[in-house]
Design a binder for this molecule. Structure first.
Ligand code: PLP
Length: 393
């Protein structure tokens, strides 16, 4: 018997994003394997290592026997620390039994989608946005609806654009602030309007705040659960991967009112039993230790961003203002190529990997995402390679 996708999972036949993604990413991997000295600015995983004191805490924990399962919802001392940290960062006041520590924010997304969405429900998510939200929705047999954002207002979400998308089947609204891939920070006033919409239409909001510590200049990302009447309908999703350079540790969390947490925590338990014990100890050290490492990282990202933007200015490639996260989102349509073909040419001829925005549900194929995941010198080299490829085009 030969298996095919619809037989394996009804409805998970692949959205245009998934189709496109598997094609382009596989193609890029194939090309990259044949090349040396490729500068990787595709994946959202920085070259910076986890700060030393966090690694040491992990090693110490292992030596002290942290090799077992923990409490399914996460070590109580870590959950307590997370509650304090959320408040310190302007968020809502949660109890430790309103937190679930997960194997990265990614696991949280799938636990939430599978735990809340029924077949045919609709979930509105910012687009371009982090594409696993769309995949998680499809896996739950729900319908992902793209809330498109545009360069005219620097890819901020707008309540005005979201409201017409709401139907009687809409159950969840996903806000990613700052947003991946656009680096947009949706301003406070708009977050407030979006939260009023959620109240008016009785929606659950997933507020993805994973980049909230990494904002540039005066931009600040407003936590959602702390806004009036939003606590009971908000799931706050966050993690340690980005701010503490801990992508490989696989530790994140979500926070929500008790009634939701009890149910969603059970799903997490089924998925993972618990987040890795060693990583939970490291996460605890990240929160309890000095925060200079986060400030230092922000400085490094700002410097890299400035170098890249200056280079793009010189080549005449426009981009939206990077306000947070570690991405620059640029429009390459002047090259005469689609963003997808631009990425392929840049890899083949310039040995730089970047991703097309269409991977993230962008409605057009004009934009590319640069990840600031290489040291300044390499970014400079990448800029000169881009310049060469662009002049050949
Ligand atoms: N949310 C956003 C917006 C992301 O960009 C990512 C990863 O790139 C995640 C969540 C998941 O991160 P992790 O699973 O490493 O915590």
């Amino acid at each position: 018997m030969e298996w095919n996708l619809p037989m394996i999972k009804k409805n998970f036949i692949a959205s245009r994003i998934k189709d496109h993604k598997s094609n382009i990413v596989t193609k890029m991997w194939d090309i990259q394997q044949k090349l040396d000295d490729v500068i990787a600015m595709g994946r959202g995983d920085t070259d910076l290592d986890t700060p030393r004191h966090i690694i040491d805490a992990g090693i110490k924990a292992l030596n002290n026997g942290a090799t077992h399962y923990t409490h399914p919802m996460g070590m109580p001392e870590l959950r307590k620390e997370i509650c304090k940290d959320i408040i310190n960062n302007g968020g809502a006041s949660y109890n430790e039994d309103e937190i679930v520590v997960t194997a990265g924010g990614q696991e949280a997304m799938f636990a939430i989608a599978l735990g809340i969405l029924n077949s045919g429900d609709e979930i509105i998510a910012v687009a371009p946005g982090y594409n696993p939200y769309f995949q998680a929705a499809e896996l739950a047999e729900a319908i992902p609806v793209m809330a498109n954002t545009y360069i005219d207002n620097n890819f901020a979400m707008s309540a005005e654009a979201v409201e017409p998308l709401i139907t009687n089947k809409t159950k969840i609204l996903v806000i990613i602030n700052p947003c991946n891939p656009t680096g947009a920070v949706t301003p406070y006033e708009e977050i407030l309007k979006l939260s009023k919409l959620a109240i008016k239409h009785d929606l659950i909001v997933i507020s993805d705040e994973i980049y909230s510590r990494l904002t540039f200049g005066n931009h600040l990302a407003q936590p959602v659960a702390v806004l009036p009447e939003m606590f009971e309908r908000t799931i706050t999703l966050n993690g340690f991967s980005k701010a503490y350079c801990m992508t490989g540790w696989r530790v994140g969390y979500f926070a929500a009112p008790k009634n939701l947490i009890t149910h969603l925590g059970e799903i997490h338990h089924g998925f993972a039993i618990c987040a890795p014990a060693v990583s939970q100890h490291a996460a605890l050290a990240a929160l309890q230790g000095p925060q200079d490492c986060v400030r230092e990282m922000k400085k490094i990202m700002q410097e890299r961003c400035d170098i890249l933007c200056k280079g793009l200015d010189e080549i005449n490639i426009p981009y939206s203002e990077p306000q947070g996260g570690y991405y620059v989102y640029a429009n390459v349509s002047k090259s005469g190529l689609s963003a997808t073909n631009f990425c392929l040419r840049l890899l083949e001829e310039g040995k730089v990997i970047i991703y097309p925005g269409s991977l993230y549900g962008d409605h057009c194929d004009d934009f590319v995402r640069f990840s600031l995941t290489q040291p300044a010198e390499k970014i400079k080299t990448a800029v000169s390679r881009i310049q060469r490829v662009v002049s050949n085009i």
